[in-house]
Ligand binder design. Sequence first.
Ligand SMILES: [Zn+2]
Ligand SMILES: [Zn+2]
Length: 104
Amino acid sequence: MRYCPECKELMYLEERDGEIHYVCPSCGYEIIHDSSELSISVVRENKVLVLDRDTTAEPIVKVECPKCGNNEAYTWIVQTRSGDEGGTVFYRCTRCRYTWRIYT
Ligand SMILES: [Zn+2]
Ligand SMILES: [Zn+2]
């Protein structure tokens, strides 16, 4: 478990390119799960680039953004490590990039 150093939100795990990333659902802050503190600052500088690349690969669904009322959002599912029931569905608004989640 990690909390976002920016806004203290609980970060979720995302597996991407064989690496574990901690991602903040509210500001998009990312940390690569690595023991070296060096990689953390690198990821932070590339924050926007990384997020842009990801969102283009994610499917868009019709769902209303709770923040701006836009009704399209990118979606992806994060399975919990423990392998118990289901996963968490995430949505990211295509307009304002607000990210929220729904537990299944
Ligand atoms: Zn944050
Ligand atoms: Zn929105």
